[in-house]
Design a protein around this ligand. Structure first.
Ligand code: ZN
Length: 359
């Protein structure tokens, strides 16, 4: 089945009950529709005659250029939260350019529009936050997102299971945040225990315009952590700025990551530079958990992520207890109390030295 106007996003949001699987041969690659909102690109190894030329001795030569299949399997997911439209529009344009044959993938690629039902409503989710349901956590919930989490895990499993053993496995899960942020673009790195951080990955996201990285302090049930934990992928949750409705995003804000992803798709190489040296790195030191209905955070609604606090500030309180800032400079990201009791109301973070990570 062809996608009308090669507009995968519009096609997905228009037919929410369309779960057909189909594949279309585009010559140098095959595109497989895996179900609603999921497209897989499989490049073919090619050796093609790209033209003839006549050399100095007058002998005609066929010029052969090889489109080489690079050993990378990349998952890009967007719209896991349905109202985070910017990354959906960005990735839709990349998909459109591939389907139009203006951008030629040399790597295996899985494109995921995470929560189309919520996207149509312009809401973060329908019944429950999809980005808390991975790694089996969906068992503890009911609602539309439960089925979606199971389906997305299934698609990612099949994609990575079919990857040859020598492939670099990558998953970038792109989001936008509810509130403003001192560092507008930042990434959340999965918890890796005693393993080493991957300098190439940090370097790549720095080149993609990411200003700060949060190092998770424990396993989570997010989509990117799932790919890391279950499939040994290098994975990040990437926040690219503030939430806006469809059509209200300034895609030029995403130019650095747009260029980085396109280059990765086309060449299989991660652009890099020394820019990571100036990227801020924070470790998560505590999770705030909403422990009762009366739970509240003592911060203004418009306070930006990463705003530092003084030691002894009472950050959160309820009839069950309170959270006091332990060290001046500690700050908070993702503060949010509009959620059920028992869920995460924010992360307390502390800056660490970038150079210590890779030594
Ligand atoms: Zn999000």
């Amino acid at each position: 089945m062809m996608i009308p106007d090669n507009d995968f996003l519009a096609h997905t949001l228009k037919a929410l009950d369309n779960n057909d699987r189909a594949s279309v041969d585009y010559g140098s690659f095959i595109v497989v529709t895996e179900g609603l909102g999921v497209l897989r690109f499989e490049p073919k190894y090619q050796s093609e005659a790209s033209g003839a030329s006549v050399d100095q001795s007058g002998i005609e030569r066929i010029v052969v250029s090889k489109t080489k299949f690079q050993p990378v399997s990349l998952v890009i997911s967007v719209g896991i939260h349905g109202n985070e439209t910017g990354p959906m529009e960005l990735v839709n344009q990349i998909v459109k350019d591939m389907l139009n044959q203006d951008l030629s993938p040399s790597i295996r690629l899985l494109i995921i529009i995470g929560n189309p039902h919520a996207a149509v409503k312009g809401e973060r989710f329908c019944d429950v936050n999809l980005n808390r349901l991975f790694l089996g956590a969906h068992k503890n919930y009911i609602g539309r997102e439960v089925k979606r989490a199971i389906f997305l895990e299934h698609c990612v499993t099949r994609f990575f299971d079919e990857a040859p053993a020598n492939h670099t496995r990558l998953h970038y899960d792109l989001h936008t945040a509810i509130r403003g942020s001192k560092y507008k673009k930042f990434a959340v790195h999965p918890y890796i225990g005693n393993k080493r951080y991957n300098l190439t990955q940090f370097s790549f996201i720095a080149e993609c315009g990411i200003e700060a990285v949060l190092l998770s302090h424990q396993p989570t049930t997010t989509f990117s952590y799932y790919s890391y934990a279950e499939h040994d992928a290098q994975a990040f949750t990437i926040e690219l700025g503030k939430v806006h409705p469809f059509g209200r995003n300034d895609l030029s804000e995403f130019e650095a990551i747009n260029v980085g992803l396109r280059s990765l798709i086309e060449t299989g190489a991660l652009v890099s530079s020394e820019r990571y040296v100036s990227m801020k790195v924070f470790k998560v030191i505590d999770s705030l958990v909403k422990d009762s209905d009366g739970y509240r955070l003592n911060i203004p609604d418009d306070m930006e992520n990463f705003t530092p606090f003084d030691k002894a500030t009472v950050l959160a309180e309820s009839d069950k207890g309170r959270y006091v800032i332990k060290q001046t400079g500690d700050s908070v990201v993702f503060p949010n109390v509009n959620l059920p009791v028992g869920q995460r109301a924010g992360l307390v973070i502390r800056e660490v030295k970038n150079k210590d990570l890779f030594s």
